[in-house]
Ligand binder design. Sequence first.
Ligand code: IMP
Ligand code: MG
Length: 183
Amino acid sequence: MLERITLHDKTFRLFIKNEEIEKAIDTIAERLNSDYANCTDEDPAILLCTLNGAVIFAAELLKRLNFPLMLKACKLSSYAGTCTTGIVKTDVPLPQHLEGRRVIIVEDIVDTGGTIVTLMEQLREHKVKDAKVCTLLLKKDVYDKDVILDYVAMEVPNLFIVGFGLDYNELGRNIKDIYVLDK
Ligand code: IMP
Ligand code: MG
């Protein structure tokens, strides 16, 4: 594992090791397994992966979840470079047939919360029975929305990070550990 990496024009240093991330995912998965134990093949949970950032987290979760579920995906974007644009774009809309379903939104990171608020509104329009948020990371000091974040694996300070699905202008998603922008 490298102490420092370079992506495009920026240098990042090691911040959270893969083992620590995986342990946090174990804990979240145990909670989900207990809370969704009453799902059935007729009434499965919908795991809604928000592309592209959440793919690795969603895959790691999937390996650990033991209740009936279906995997779906949508794609929203709000970041350009290392900053939020404040505008949430829908690149791939929600799948059909979510009415009456219990949805678990799987996010890589909640920052301002704009993405989560937009998704929650869209899920309400789709008449889902229930929607919960499951995020690998939360920037607690930045998040200022009212949506309850039911499952948060790890809290991080307000710094720009990459790795484990998170990118800097599309690079860095395939790095196993999380790195932080080196000032
Ligand atoms: P929000 O809508 O402000 O909560 O931003 C959420 C989205 O912004 C996440 O799903 C990420 O795609 C992206 N994002 C936020 N913080 C970071 C970061 O530190 N590194 C990489 N992407 C980030
Ligand atoms: Mg994302």
